[in-house]
Ligand binder design. Structure first.
Ligand code: 4G1
Length: 151
């Protein structure tokens, strides 16, 4: 966007609050973002004190730098901006952007892979049944693997 707008300055740091989809949505509304990252060591404390608007972390593990965390934030924010996703991706985002659920399993060709076949309902052409199968499978998968997402 217009480069004359004051950027919201983000310092990527393990000291920050952990990045979430909620934060991504808020950042997507800002006219311009700027990322500051440490590498090997941190960043001069005066830069942190005087220049940054917020600190964000992507999680608790030791890294060599904040550049990859910044790329992760950029990726999550960019896909929320108009014109970034293709029509197909956009449709998928709308039709199943529950975001509180894991994604349902995907199948492509061939029909039979090492004896494992594609679920019949997906080949039926019955779109309401396909939708129902996807929702139910996504819910079951989320309950099994990430029950924390359901609360
Ligand atoms: C103490 C992880 C240090 C790391 C505790 C997530 C990690 C930036 C991130 C570190 C960084 C923990 C992040 C650590 C990051 C200076 C340069 C900081 C790299 C640096 C859990 C090294 N999300 N890590 N320190 O990794 O920048 O954003």
């Amino acid at each position: 966007k217009d480069s004359d707008e004051k950027p919201h300055v983000i310092f990527m740091s393990p000291r920050g609050k952990v990045f979430t989809q909620e934060r991504a949505k808020e950042l997507a509304k800002m006219p311009q973002l700027m990322f500051i990252c440490g590498h090997y060591e941190g960043v001069d404390q005066r830069v942190i004190d005087l220049l940054i608007d917020e600190e964000i972390s992507i999680g608790d593990y030791v890294l060599t730098g904040g550049e990859i965390p910044a790329c992760i934030v950029v990726d999550a924010v960019a896909r929320l901006l108009p014109g970034v996703l293709s029509d197909a991706e956009c449709f998928e985002k709308e039709s199943f952007s529950d975001e509180t659920l894991l994604e349902y399993p995907q199948y492509t060709r061939p029909y039979d892979f090492r004896g494992r076949t594609v679920p019949e309902v997906l080949l039926s052409g019955h779109h309401a049944n396909i939708e129902k199968w996807r929702r139910e499978t996504a819910e079951q998968l989320t309950r099994e693997k990430r029950p924390d997402l359901l609360s």
